[in-house]
Design a protein around this ligand. Sequence first.
Ligand SMILES: NC(=O)c1ccc[n+]([C@@H]2O[C@H](COP(=O)([O-])OP(=O)(O)OC[C@H]3O[C@@H](n4cnc5c(N)ncnc54)[C@H](OP(=O)(O)O)[C@@H]3O)[C@@H](O)[C@H]2O)c1
Length: 315
Amino acid sequence: MPNVEKGIGMMWGSAQRFAKSGGFVGNLGLGGMRLSIEGRPDADRAKATINAALDAGLTLVDTADAYHAGAQDRGHNETLIGDVLAARGDADRVLVATKGGKVRPGDGRWLIDGRPDHLKSAARESARRLRCESIGLYQLHAPDPGVPFAESIGALKDMVDDGLIERAGISNVSVAEIGVAHGILGPLLVSVQNEFSPTAVDGFGTFKKSQQLGLMFMAWRPFGDQQKIASTDNPFVEMARKYGVSLHRLILAWELSLGVGMVPIPGATRTETIRDSAAALNLELDSLDAERLANYALFGDTALDENLRKDEVNA
Ligand SMILES: NC(=O)c1ccc[n+]([C@@H]2O[C@H](COP(=O)([O-])OP(=O)(O)OC[C@H]3O[C@@H](n4cnc5c(N)ncnc54)[C@H](OP(=O)(O)O)[C@@H]3O)[C@@H](O)[C@H]2O)c1
């Protein structure tokens, strides 16, 4: 069973405890998106993947009402998760972090709708699908350029006040937006969800800002450009070999080594892959190795590109 509480400091622990049950979120979550969008697996395999994540000790599942494919199956991922938790009977142990503010008309597009009325009605629908009265963590999926950010965040505050959600989070935001949201929500804001991986390090500043404020930073698409990393000679590939683990597990262990508050949310559509990822919680990297990976990813990011260019020249 992975060590889900690894590395959590005192200030920080509070952001990762759920309000009602006192359960613990841990440092890694399952990202549910790929179980429900285009190319998704069948329902049995999807449910087996969620069950494998929970059986491996994960207690955080990230979802969104927009994780679906056709126009008619909005909320597919939330329904799937709601079904699994109801069948297991241990919903109290798990924090489902859902999101609202994106809309998929069914033609492959992802549109943004951050109007307060839309967010509130979307959250009511999410609660129904998740079979709960109050959503443990509700995140604004992305700022809507057509709606003042403070108005969308104000809607999250209203929802907490009305008991529709317990805690609020924000996604795809800048450092400045984290400050604005924190100013409005105060301690009701518990999380930021931005892209972060060895090939997408722009989110590092928002991780540091989240850390400063004691917020959980959920790193989405934590493996980044998997093809790019796997196909070049670089320290991630080298360290995976050295530790005798998959490149995926090594990448997650590196992200966890960046400090408290970092919570990668790897996606999976197979039981094997989520079990392998969950085992990253038990993989301790030597501090010099972790530093070398950080230097490479954060400061020598172009090295991956340089390797690719070298390969092109050599081809
Ligand atoms: N807030 C946002 O705007 C936003 C945007 C994108 C994503 N997200 C969230 O972030 C989550 C993760 O992103 P993502 O799913 O796009 O990308 P990802 O987690 O970087 O990659 C997932 C893919 O990696 C493979 N994989 C996972 N663990 C593996 C392992 N241990 N060994 C080998 N392969 C492994 C999976 O393969 P299999 O399919 O074979 O299992 C899956 O196809 C999403 O599910 C979603 O919850 C949020």
